[in-house]
Write a protein that binds this ligand. Structure first.
Ligand SMILES: Nc1ncnc2c1ncn2[C@@H]1O[C@H](COP(=O)(O)OP(=O)(O)OP(=O)(O)O)[C@@H](O)[C@H]1O
Ligand SMILES: [Mg+2]
Length: 388
């Protein structure tokens, strides 16, 4: 959510204070006169409609909501007195013509003689709520798929071990025979490829509970950087760290968190490899304590996870993703790489949701950002600690 301008210190009487309260609301508030013209807008309404109060004042609400006629229909229904107050959900066009999901409530304003003097419109931004609902839906369908796929992978992996062993015995039986040796090698190579795929598919299964411990995420990032340093150097990629020194520890599983950040770093390096020679190639890790915060409740299995969150950004200066890639991101098996499995981000999503966190992305030409929020470790009374 966009940041609000700081408010001036209360200087004069109750009206000024009232106006300060309206200005500081998270909800957009729009005042409309009896002619249907805009008279006032608070900061949140200006942000949601991408229109300043100065530009909107005196103009008919139908003009301001020209692309979202449902809002004006509601205002008029409230003014006609069909109902005192009318609510509906839909989208309005925000900045850069971006559709913003909102819940709108229009209420008629009457004077003491019950004459209509105008209307008030309240706009409640549903973006965050929709994002969280999408996260939950995505995590649930991934969890269901993960159980099935991991079950299959488990069944396939065992006979693969048998095939590998039998093949090695057969090779010993055949003895030196270049033609047969080539076939044996081919079978072994493909068996190994399938085994690796099975191991990745098993990673899709939700873990449910794991032994959460306080994890220093800066150490995890340093470890990941060490793992990719050689590739980065070969590709002339500059790796930067912007660490918040006051960052608390994460509540989590260090191996899973390493895998999460390694997958993201590898994707970034692979994207940067596609840049034309000489273009600045950077991979940046930024950490900070999350302040603007709302999140799904912590997993019941980990009651020591309370409230505080931290944020890890993994950002690259690669070519970015076209819309069709963004649309399918996080779907298992979606890949644009000839040798990719398309499981990397699905596994990232699984790890983040196991930790009770969120993962989001933004991508445009020249910049791709993955933003992870994770619960901070909070020391709990011994009895409340994770028993696992
Ligand atoms: N930082 C990034 N920049 C541009 N595109 C990206 C980035 N990260 C992911 N993608 C896109 O998302 C797709 C899916 O990524 P994901 O990690 O799930 O699978 P993959 O990298 O293709 O395969 P694997 O991870 O199994 O090697 C990638 O193929 C790529 O098109
Ligand atoms: Mg990947």
């Amino acid at each position: 959510m966009a940041k609000r301008r700081p408010l001036a210190v209360d200087a004069a009487g109750p009206e000024h204070r009232w106006s300060q309260i309206i200005q500081s609301l998270e909800e957009g508030v729009v005042g409309i006169d009896e002619q249907g013209r805009i008279v006032s807008m608070n900061q949140a309404a200006e942000q949601l409609t991408a229109c300043s109060q100065a530009a909107a004042r005196g103009r008919p609400h139908r003009q301001i909501f020209a692309e979202s006629a449902w809002v004006s229909d509601m205002i008029e229904a409230a003014c006609r007195g069909d109902r005192r107050s009318v609510s509906a959900q839909g989208s309005i066009l925000g900045l850069w013509q971006k559709p913003m999901p909102v819940r709108a409530t229009a209420s008629a304003i009457l004077d003491s003689a019950a004459r209509l003097t105008g209307a008030a419109l309240i706009l409640h931004d549903l973006t965050l709520q929709r994002d969280l609902e999408n996260d939950v839906r995505r995590a649930q369908s991934l969890a269901q798929l993960g159980v099935v796929v991991a079950g299959l992978a488990h069944e396939i992996r065992n006979p693969l071990g048998g095939i590998r062993g039998a093949m090695q015995l057969l090779a010993a039986e055949i003895g030196p025979n270049p033609a047969a040796g080539e076939y044996v090698e081919l079978v072994l190579r493909e068996v190994d490829r399938l085994s690796k795929l099975c191991a990745q598919l098993l990673e899709l299964a939700p873990r449910g509970s794991f032994t959460a411990q306080p994890v220093n995420i800066h150490r995890v990032i340093d470890h990941v950087i060490a793992l990719v340093a050689e590739t980065a150097e070969r590709q002339h990629v500059r790796i930067q760290r912007f660490f918040d020194p006051s960052l608390p520890e994460v509540s989590g599983d260090p191996d899973a968190l390493t895998q999460l950040l390694l997958n993201l770093a590898q994707n970034a390096l692979q994207a940067l490899a596609g840049l034309p020679a000489g273009a600045p190639a950077q991979l940046r890790f930024t950490t900070r304590v999350e302040t603007d915060y709302h999140l799904a409740p912590p997993p019941a299995a980990r009651p020591h996870v309370r409230g505080r969150l931290l944020r890890i950004d993994v950002e690259d200066t690669g070519p970015g993703m076209p819309p069709h890639v963004k649309q399918h991101l996080f779907s298992p098996f979606f890949t644009t790489k000839p040798k990719g499995t398309g499981l990397g981000l699905a596994i990232c999503q699984r790890i983040v949701s196991d930790h009770g966190g969120t993962i989001r992305f933004e991508s445009e030409p020249g910049r791709t950002l993955f933003r992870i929020t994770l619960p901070a470790w909070a020391a709990a009374p011994a009895a409340a600690r994770d028993p696992s």
